[in-house]
Ligand binder design. Structure first.
Ligand code: APR
Length: 244
């Protein structure tokens, strides 16, 4: 794959790069994207009907079990070449911020350092009442585990529909988008706010916008470079073209 020489020139001279990733980056690790159809028992549910405070209030066990299934799905999964290409890009860029909507933890697992998990991480669990984080919980399959501090129900430490994003991460993400010279939007449909607004904040700041996605998205008409294909194939080639 040949890249426009102008893109390579921008990238190799950039000292400040911000990257937003979505489920597409993890797809080549074997993880279904957020809007892929669910499978098996979970095919009867849409993610939007499970990933919300209302769903958890209505049926905490069903929501807890969905995340337990998703944690199991992530357990056997490894980062792919796209994750590792971003680790290398970070190592070569003085100011590099990786903003992810993914909750699978694969960027950190691959070795990325400056990672902002906008939507949380399914490996982390917290009390729905007092917010205490916990790494261990009872695995009684009949009921949702409870908090050892206050007895409240435990829930995954992820951002559900209708909930606000972690303030610190969001503020840092906006700062990175507004100050970068190049902004990548990778493996995301760009449908969900406020993450989807970051590319526009970067564009308003005069950053070069690069989209790497399997298919066009609502952002595509507004980017400077649209690289359509698999991130696990494009990113390693791009890093090689930038730094040999
Ligand atoms: N390489 C690059 N892009 C890919 C690949 C791949 N191998 N496979 C799929 N894609 C693209 C799809 O074309 C799609 O545009 O990745 C995008 C994934 O989009 P979504 O499934 O909507 O996932 P995402 O954009 O991460 O969703 C954002 O929505 O509901 C919330 O919290 C949820 O974090 C999620 C957020």
């Amino acid at each position: 794959m040949d890249f426009p020489s102008e893109l390579i020139r921008f990238l190799t001279s950039a000292t400040r790069i911000a990257v937003l990733t979505g489920a597409g980056v993890s797809q080549e690790s074997g993880l279904r994207t957020f809007r892929d159809a669910q499978i098996g028992f979970w095919a009867q549910y849409k993610p939007e009907d499970l990933a919300s405070p209302e769903a958890f209030a209505r049926d905490p066990k069903l929501v807890w079990d969905w995340y337990a299934w998703r944690r199991e799905a992530v357990k056997g999964v490894r980062p792919n070449a796209g994750h590792y290409a971003l680790v290398e890009m970070e190592s070569k860029t003085p100011e590099f911020t990786l903003i992810t909507q993914n909750v699978d933890g694969l960027h950190r697992f691959a070795g990325s350092k400056n990672v902002l998990e906008l939507h949380g991480n399914i490996q982390r669990v917290r009390c729905a009442d007092c917010g205490t984080f916990t790494e261990i919980w009872g695995d009684d399959s009949e009921s949702v585990p409870t908090c050892t501090v206050c007895g409240g129900l435990l829930r995954p430490d992820v951002v559900w529909f209708g909930e606000s994003l972690p303030r610190g991460e969001l503020e840092s993400a906006v700062l990175a988008a507004r100050s970068c010279q190049v902004f990548f939007s990778i493996g995301t449909s760009g449908l969900v706010q406020p993450a989807a607004a970051l590319a526009h904040a970067a564009r308003n700041n005069g950053s070069v916008i690069v989209e790497v996605n399997a298919e066009p998205t609502p952002l595509t008409p507004k980017v400077d470079f649209a690289l359509h294909g698999k991130s696990g194939e494009i990113l390693p080639k791009l890093v090689k073209a930038m730094w040999g």
